[in-house]
Design a protein around this ligand. Structure first.
Ligand code: HEC
Ligand code: HEC
Length: 85
């Protein structure tokens, strides 16, 4: 099989679209958590092998779901969107 210039242009376009989509998704994720010890401690628990779904239950003690802005996205899995700084 021989690749024509058109095929290469198509492949290049597909790669470009993919990059835009990946970067765009990154932007949708939430703001980083503050750098204080309290927040960072949650992420060290993850490094110690604790399950994220259990660790992030702790977020709700201080950030009850009802207190999040109304426009806040999909509310579970806090630590996927909110990363340590
Ligand atoms: C002990 C209480 C407490 C816990 C537990 C807690 N937070 Fe926070 N969080 C706060 C307070 C207070 C602030 C605001 C003060 C500040 O910005 O430093 C804050 C700020 C934030 C912000 C910044 C919001 C902004 O405007 O930038 C995010 C994001 C956040 N918390 C997410 C989380 C996540 C995710 C978890 C769980 C991994 C969590 N918090 C656990 C008390 C807490
Ligand atoms: C799908 C991604 C996503 C998930 C999951 C998510 N967040 Fe957020 N969060 C965001 C975005 C985006 C913002 C910024 C929204 C805005 O500025 O209106 C935000 C904002 C916040 C803020 C700041 C609110 C403020 O008053 O400025 C806090 C606190 C927060 N999230 C906590 C949490 C907690 C706790 C959870 C888990 C129960 C969670 N988030 C799950 C994306 C997410």
């Amino acid at each position: 099989m021989k690749l024509s210039g058109k095929d290469l242009a198509f492949a290049g376009g597909a790669v470009a679209v993919l990059i835009v989509v990946v970067l765009g998704t990154g932007k949708e994720l939430g703001p980083n958590v503050p750098t204080d010890a309290g927040h960072q401690a949650f992420f060290s628990q993850l490094e110690q092998g604790q399950r994220r779904v259990e660790v992030e239950q702790g977020c709700r003690q201080c950030h009850p779901l009802a207190d999040l802005p109304e426009a806040h996205p999909h509310k579970e899995e806090c630590m996927v969107c909110h990363q340590p700084s």
